[in-house]
Design a protein around this ligand. Structure first.
Ligand code: ATP
Ligand code: MG
Length: 757
């Protein structure tokens, strides 16, 4: 259209507007925090649609979180009116790839209804494989293998790409073999992990030119926010997609690169100009978010880093408070103090939604949770003890997964005996053994087994009943909405009853959580759609309408902003983290410093840093040193405060009475915030689901079974069975044998359970 640009474009500054209007060719927007990169990207998207340069479905736009995608969708709608129908390709790398993979699953050996497994499932699967390979999991933990495999996937490497390159040292060089087995097993389960979403699609692009060309053709424009945190596989994926049209605009800040531990490579920014010659580089310097003191503190801090491109930031705002640095006695006091500060803000009329507590590590949140529950402050935790990770939610989802996808062994294993049905580890062993032998999913193997005498009569009946239930639920799932299906399943499986019978204090909360899950499902018409949504929003919010303060990790806070930001735990060993200190390298320390920069620059009005002098770490009270990052904040921008309240000095008096500061007495000091008694250990095991999970894992035998070829058995042979003893084969039908045992009579058994005598 020839009419003048819309009014909202006039609200942007010159370089922002340039970024918006330069729609053709490669563009790199490189700028510091709060300079309006995301705002410009959003305007650009709106502009393209409004100008008719492309249909919404022809624009690929990658955000770092699902929440950011939602926000952007909403903003674009605001800018150009609700004319935007869907923007199907606006989302995270993972959600976009999940959608692509559904369309082309068969090209990598999956079916379109594949399951996306989470880290918990991944660990269980790896543990099984490790045991099957006779590797000692204690020496070579599954966690380590998972990290190694993720690293390869993050770099876009398949097992086949690795032969010639490297075989890193998991279990003396067995990593690659395990990787291959893991991938095979996933395909057999019709499942993939998070890393696979990208890797599979990259493989499809590499191997099927026509599919790639179809997408290159479709996407007239490609845009990426938070580009500094893309990893290798994401980079390769983007490059392929944008290669033909070269209309790609990426936005980033090297000072905010905080995901190198997940394979992100800040070098991707530097590589951009090489890959896309003639790229227009746009720099933004005006910060619209924070007050001068907040900006000054953050800029002073990040200037300590040696590895950065360097940039200037300025703001038109003046006034505002200095960044406050508050020293407290110990962690409980930190929580108490925080509570007080927040209540004060509340009295001053600050909305709770505008207050955030950003922590370095997940475990820090518990202290605050305890305190806030005590004083009745509404809070939400983003990331961390996430809704979808709670045991009861996982159980419910596992039922739904088995209904949607009978091959989903991991889900089946989770609930085949939950609630307790008398199917123990023995039964599971049998199911595994048989499933492996016949190459069928566990559920099918279970049914197969139930048709023989391998299982005790009671277990047989239970299995048959359970499989009958699943069959019925599966049929139902085609006619009733997912939320109703869930309610039915919880009732009929006995799960609800189990919770109701449970008198523990947690069970009421569990029931509420399940009710909430059903509520969340009401938005979905189709079970598969809901399950996909769940796997993709694991990093997302539990949305409620009430005003709440937000507690989240600094990592998760990227891109967000709040009027008031609290940053507790700025002590050596907490932040910078012990891991970063142990690694000792400059790179890891600089990444921690970038994280500090991200954290401070989330604040619009006020930023408060706290540090405690004493902290209990793994049950031991240790005195802590303020973080070096506090020292690095320019003095003019900060205001130091130390509080030793009555309670704290009392504790200090007690403390100094101890001749040996590590005496057990000190360890057993009551925890004023949470009354949690034994403290740390308890805190670790009383997580929403960690204890039952661990019990479950340790109770499960992961013995490996060697499958023997069974062409060796014929009628008349003498055989031996562990339980029934010696006998003679009387009949043979497929893999079933009819055996007359010397002492126990005639039985029907699966051939994999007998030995030739
Ligand atoms: P980060 O690096 O933290 O992701 P960013 O560069 O993406 O930050 P935005 O979140 O886009 O910055 O913008 C920061 C704040 O400044 C937002 O509140 C946004 O609405 C506001 N803002 C952006 N551009 C302008 C502008 N031209 N005029 C006024 N306010 C603006
Ligand atoms: Mg941004």
């Amino acid at each position: 259209p020839a009419d003048s640009p819309p009014a909202w474009l006039a609200g942007l500054n010159d370089p922002q507007r340039e970024a918006v209007m330069t729609t053709e060719g490669p563009v790199l927007m490189l700028a510091g925090a709060g300079t309006g990169k995301t705002a410009a990207l959003t305007a650009r998207l709106a502009y393209m649609i409004r100008e008719g340069l492309a249909w919404p479905s022809q624009i690929l736009c990658v955000t770092f979180t699902n929440r950011a995608a939602k926000e952007m969708r909403h903003r674009v709608g605001e800018l150009i009116g609700d004319a935007v129908e869907g923007m199907p390709w606006l989302g995270t790398f993972h959600s976009i790839c999940a959608k692509m993979l559904r369309r082309h699953a068969e090209l990598v050996g999956l079916e379109a209804n594949y399951t996306i497994i989470d880290m918990d499932d991944q660990q269980r699967l790896l543990k099984q494989l490790i045991a099957e390979n006779g590797i000692d999991e204690k020496r070579f933990p599954a966690r380590e293998l998972a990290r190694l495999i993720d690293r390869w996937k993050n770099r876009g490497l398949n097992p086949g790409d690795l032969d010639a390159i490297e075989n890193e040292a998991y279990a003396n060089g067995q990593g690659l073999r395990m990787y291959r087995q893991y991938q095979d097993r996933l395909i057999a389960l019709n499942a993939c992990d998070f890393g696979d979403l990208l890797l599979h699609v990259l493989n499809i692009f590499r191997n099927s030119r026509d599919v790639l060309e179809q997408y290159q053709e479709r996407f007239k424009y490609v845009m990426v926010d938070e580009y500094q945190d893309t990893n290798g596989v994401q980079y390769l994926w983007l490059r392929l997609l944008a290669q033909s049209r070269k209309n790609i605009c990426v936005v980033g800040d090297d000072d905010q690169s905080i995901y190198s531990w997940r394979g992100a490579e800040v070098a991707n920014i530097l590589r951009f100009e090489k890959d896309f010659p003639g790229a227009k580089v746009i720099r933004l310097e005006q910060n619209y978010r924070s007050t001068p003191h907040i900006l000054g503190a953050a800029s002073g801090l990040i200037a300590e880093n040696s590895q950065r491109l360097g940039k200037t930031l300025w703001t038109e705002f003046d006034g505002g408070d200095q960044v406050r640095v508050i020293g407290v006695w110990d962690a409980p006091e930190e929580a108490r103090r925080l509570g007080e500060e927040i209540e004060r803000l509340e009295r001053e009329g600050a909305p709770l939604d505008e207050i955030a507590i950003l922590v370095r590590a997940q475990y820090q949140t518990r202290e605050f949770e305890d305190r806030f529950i005590q004083i009745g402050l509404n809070y939400r935790i983003i990331g961390g003890f996430r809704f979808y990770e709670r045991a009861e939610i996982r159980d419910a989802l596992a039922y739904l997964r088995v209904i949607a996808q009978p091959q989903d062994d991991l889900a089946f294993e989770r609930i085949y005996n939950q609630p307790k049905r008398g199917l123990g580890a023995k039964t599971l062993e049998k199911m595994h053994q048989h499933s492996r032998r016949v190459g069928q999913p566990l559920a099918a193997a279970a049914l197969d087994l139930a048709d023989t005498d391998e299982l005790p009569a009671r277990a047989k009946n239970t299995v048959i009943a359970l499989m009958g239930d699943f069959l019925r639920w599966r049929e139902m799932s085609e006619t009733i909405p997912p939320s109703e299906l869930l309610r039915t399943v919880l009732e009929e499986s006995g799960y609800s009853q189990m919770l109701q019978a449970d008198r523990s204090s947690e069970s009421a909360g569990r029931i509420e959580n399940l009710t909430e899950l059903a509520r969340a499902m009401e938005e979905y018409q189709n079970l598969g759609e809901f399950l996909e949504h769940v796997s993709l929003v694991m990093d997302n919010d539990a949305t409620g309408d009430e005003e709440k303060i937000t507690i989240m990790t600094m990592h998760a806070a990227k891109g967000l902003e709040f009027n008031h930001v609290f940053l507790p735990g700025w002590e050596e060993g907490v932040f910078p983290s012990q891991r970063a200190l142990d690694e000792g390298g400059l790179a890891s320390l600089e990444e921690e410093r970038r994280l500090a920069y991200v954290a401070i620059t989330r604040a619009k009005r006020r930023c408060t840093i706290l540090h405690a002098s004493n902290r209990r770490i793994y049950g031991q009270w240790t005195s802590s040193i303020p973080s070096r990052f506090i020292q690095e904040l320019p003095e003019v921008h900060i205001q130091q405060e130390t509080t030793l309240t009555g309670g704290a000095s009392l504790w200090r008096a007690n403390w100094s009475e101890q001749e040996d500061p590590f005496a057990n007495v000190a360890q057993n000091r009551p925890d004023r915030a949470g009354n949690r008694g034994p403290g740390w250990q308890r805190a670790l095991t009383s997580g929403y689901d960690s204890a039952p999970k661990r019990l479950k894992e340790s109770g499960r035998s992961a013995a490996s079974f060697a499958a023997k070829p069974r062409t060796d058995i014929k009628i008349g042979d003498r055989v031996f069975h562990d339980k029934f003893g010696y006998g003679e084969v009387m009949g043979q039908e497929g893999n079933r044998l009819e055996i007359e045992f010397d002492n126990t009579g005639r039985k029907r058994l699966l051939d994999s359970f007998v030995k030739l005598a």
